[in-house]
Design a protein around this ligand. Structure first.
Ligand code: PMP
Ligand code: GLN
Length: 375
């Protein structure tokens, strides 16, 4: 009998494959299609010739840990101890899986907020815990009263994702005040804060759990170099957590991967000394603005995009089809691939919304929008 009877192939694999099959423009799976920084590839080429091809220390290469520590202090004003509070992982997906395996017990309940990214629920089920799926409000911000109604004695973890995939919304200060109050009231609950798009926000600044002392003490924060440096294929990220929690995570990590790719760690430790992540938001804001301007003349209704590299649109003026069917037709008949939002909802709740990824070169965005404006 399957341990995950309801799990098939991820929507990202399905849609990217379909895009290739039909030679469509792929705005579905979230990955950039432009070249990475030449400075990074230059360091990588040099790293390959150096003596860095054997196992790294289990928690990570010390200079990389130190440089991440510095970046946390610079960006969020938080002093930290890189030797005890940081763990390098093979991307955010492994980080999330490892955290859930390490701190959630059989029979516990874990709250996730729908639409929720697809890698949260399976590890909860594999642990023998119960995923409690609570919908976000229609504007994709948390409904804290509804979340509290779903808390029970068994709740051990709450997972938040900010900036949010797929909606591109970001939490406000009021959200964090409500969250702090909630977790003060239920001190047994830990927080997993998925902040992989932390440096991709536009008009409003990202508020990291790193900068809220009261929350940080009970949180595991997940980040990904894939998003920050346009290198999703490198599969490297990290966890920031208090030592007591991270020690539990390390117990699992050492038997899942033991340690992470040495050349990538060495290269990123050097690159972090040269790069400034602060310009990333402006870079993607220009892309978002171009994409929205190009789509303004279409029949798609654009929802707000405040962060991440995603734009959600409502297609109900075009069709009443299910979003999954609409996305398949979009690829086959119009040559553009997107992601249907219903796959991130409990019981596939469909609101006629689809997600486009605008982390693409301008030419790709222009060509895609020409097609989308004809529909
Ligand atoms: N969380 C969210 C919200 C994501 O969008 C992604 C997608 N890349 C991940 C986690 C996984 O990141 P990684 O590729 O580093 O495993
Ligand atoms: N996070 C990426 C997205 O949301 C997909 C990554 C993957 O394919 N697992 O599109």
């Amino acid at each position: 009998m399957s341990k995950l009877p309801h799990v098939g192939t991820t929507i990202f694999t399905v849609m990217s494959k379909l895009a290739t099959e039909y030679n469509a423009i792929n705005l579905s799976q979230g990955f950039p299609n432009f070249p990475v920084d030449k400075e990074l590839t230059k360091i990588l080429a040099t790293s390959a010739t150096e003596n860095v091809h054997q196992y790294m220390p289990m928690a990570g290469f010390q200079p990389l840990l130190e440089n991440i520590g510095k970046s946390i202090e610079e960006n969020y004003g938080r002093k930290n101890n890189p030797s005890t509070e940081l763990l390098i992982t093979a991307g955010a997906t492994q980080a999330i899986f490892t955290i859930i395996q390490a701190i959630v017990h059989t029979g516990d309940e874990v709250i996730i907020l729908d639409p929720s990214y697809d890698c949260y629920e399976p590890p909860i089920i594999l642990t023998g815990a119960v995923p409690i799926r609570v919908p976000l409000s229609d504007d994709f911000l948390p409904n804290w009263e509804l979340i509290e109604q779903h808390i029970s004695e068994k709740t051990s973890l709450l997972i938040i994702n900010n900036p949010h995939n797929p909606s591109g919304r970001i939490f406000t200060e009021t959200d964090f005040q409500a969250l702090e109050q909630l977790l003060d009231k239920y001190p047994k609950i830990r927080l997993l804060s998925d902040e992989v798009y932390e440096y991709i926000t536009f008009e409003k600044k990202h508020i990291s759990v790193n900068s809220i002392e009261n929350l940080r003490k009970k949180s595991l924060i997940v980040s990904s170099f894939g998003k920050t440096f346009h290198i999703t294929g490198w599969k490297i990220g990290y966890i920031i957590a208090p030592e007591v929690l991270l020690n539990e995570v390390k117990k699992v990590h050492q038997f899942l991967v033991f340690s992470v790719n040495s050349v990538a760690q060495y290269t990123l430790s050097k690159y972090l000394e040269k790069v400034d992540v602060k310009s990333l938001g402006t870079f993607y804001q220009t892309k978002r603005d171009l994409f929205r301007k190009l789509l303004a003349g279409s029949r798609f209704r654009l929802l707000p995009s405040e962060g991440s590299y995603f734009q959600v649109v409502d297609y109900s003026a075009i069709s009443k089809e299910k979003d999954t069917d609409f996305c398949i037709r979009l690829v086959k008949e119009h040559g553009v691939a997107a992601i249907p939002l219903s796959v991130f909802n409990n019981n596939g709740k469909d609101q006629h919304l689809i997600r486009f990824c605008f982390a693409k070169d301008d030419e790709t965005l222009i060509k895609a929008c020409e097609k989308l404006c004809k529909i």
